[in-house]
Design a protein around this ligand. Structure first.
Ligand code: ZN
Length: 420
């Protein structure tokens, strides 16, 4: 369930951009030494101990994805095999006046139980490990309150989705999976559209960027690229993290470009402009809509897989699980189990779809901002939490953004080819 949630949240919160902080002693000219040598000179500015810590953090994430999937799968199997899921549905049926509200009641109970059972891993990944690597700024109390807010949002948003989804599942026959996928994709688009206005401000304070010396070059770049923006937004991400970041969020008119206060504090004006050029690339190249289409296809195939596997498994474990057809809310853990394993298997594909968009935004940003060294600086700052120089296959499988090496090389190649 968590990997599904991560994908949904990722799309909802936009396309996270860049971060890092280092002073560059000398910059070999890539037109003379070549883009690769210029890239290596940049990479060499990160001390070996910092590099080792960043590699360890990022590589640990590969394993955490696996443990998270296995843990989630175990929780879902437990719900089915213990008969709790069927009992939850029966309980919902006693409280709800009609069949219409049972899925929402079931969902809230399901969410609380699965989140509680996953909490040890959530706390390790989201709190203790972040502190261990010096990336977190919150004490446990405020962190936990943020978690509870996330739970409340999932409860409300999920209850709406479940009510509509199961109403559709009860009315459609063999083609339910196409209708189910359509409802899910429409809901996703709706959530992405309202997230910057109604969800993100629950966690952080957003305000228009005031510093004119930073804002004006950004707005000029926006106008030059046909973006009718009158504001750039600043968010107090330092409330939670030391990471530098920026993003484009929203859809259908709520789009906005936001940079975080860590980026403003830690990066040079050239790096900030480079990052903003990248974010504008997401907007101009319509990456939000393209990702919705790509994920829409994957979601539809996933529902098709559920349509194939669900009846077979439900029949096989009929006596233990006591779940009926796919329109039975008690079967939700089985749907979640199939989708969780499906999405985990698709990790390299999902990462490649996202990373390809990110690379397009990188190239757009280099041309828009014309700050190759600023872009390299930002790529180094991002090495706080992203491995700088992975192997080619490792980058394809595990990276949802280009690696530092890929990004700096693109910048140095761009710089080398500028007319003298
Ligand atoms: Zn991006």
């Amino acid at each position: 369930m968590r990997s599904l949630a991560v994908v949904l949240l990722f799309v909802a919160l936009g396309l996270v951009g860049l971060a890092a902080q280092t002073t560059i002693p000398s910059r070999p000219d890539p037109a003379i030494v070549g883009p690769e040598a210029a890239t290596q000179a940049y990479l060499a500015t990160i001390p070996p101990d910092k590099r080792a810590r960043s590699d360890a953090y990022f590589e640990g994430g590969y394993w955490l994805d696996l443990w998270d999937t296995l843990w989630s799968a175990a929780v879902l199997v437990l719900l089915l095999h213990s008969g709790w899921s069927a009992r939850l549905r029966d309980w919902g049926g006693r409280f709800a006046p009609g069949v219409f509200l049972v899925p929402a009641l079931y969902w809230i109970a399901f969410l609380v139980i699965t989140d509680a059972l996953s909490f040890p891993l959530t706390a390790y990944t989201g709190f203790f490990r972040e502190h261990q690597y010096g990336l977190a700024t919150q004490t446990f109390g405020p962190w936990f309150v943020d978690e509870l807010k996330g739970l409340a949002i999932s409860a409300v948003a999920g209850a709406v989705l479940m009510t509509v989804l199961y109403a559709v599942l009860r009315r459609t026959g063999r083609s339910w999976w196409i209708w189910g996928a359509t409802v899910t994709i429409a809901f996703l688009a709706f959530f992405v559209a309202i997230a910057p206005v109604y969800v993100a401000p629950l966690f952080n304070t957003y305000q228009p960027l005031r510093d004119e010396s930073i804002r004006e070059p950004i707005l000029r770049m926006a106008r030059a690229n046909g973006i009718a923006a009158s504001e750039v937004w600043e968010v107090d991400a330092s409330r939670q993290t030391t990471r530098i970041s920026a993003n484009v969020s929203g859809m259908f008119g709520t789009e906005r470009i936001t940079l975080n206060d860590n980026l403003l504090k830690r990066a040079s004006p050239a790096a900030i402009q480079a990052v903003m050029g990248h974010e504008m690339g997401h907007y101009v190249l319509n990456h939000g809509y393209k990702m919705l289409v790509s994920f829409g296809v994957l979601i539809t195939i996933g529902f098709g897989l559920v349509a194939w596997l669900y009846p077979r498994l439900a029949a096989r474990y009929r006596d233990r699980w006591r779940i009926e057809g796919v329109a039975d809310p008690a079967g939700l853990p089985l749907i979640a189990l199939i989708l969780t394993l499906y999405l985990f298997a698709l990790t390299p594909l999902v990462n490649t779809i996202v990373r390809t968009n990110e690379y397009e935004a990188d190239i757009f940003g280099l041309n828009a901002a014309r700050q190759p060294d600023g872009f390299a600086e930002a790529a180094l700052l991002l090495s706080d939490y992203r491995k700088l120089s992975p192997g080619p296959l490792e980058e394809i499988i595990f990276f949802d953004h280009p690696s530092g090496h890929t990004r700096i090389f693109a910048a140095m190649r761009w710089k080398a080819e500028q007319p003298r």
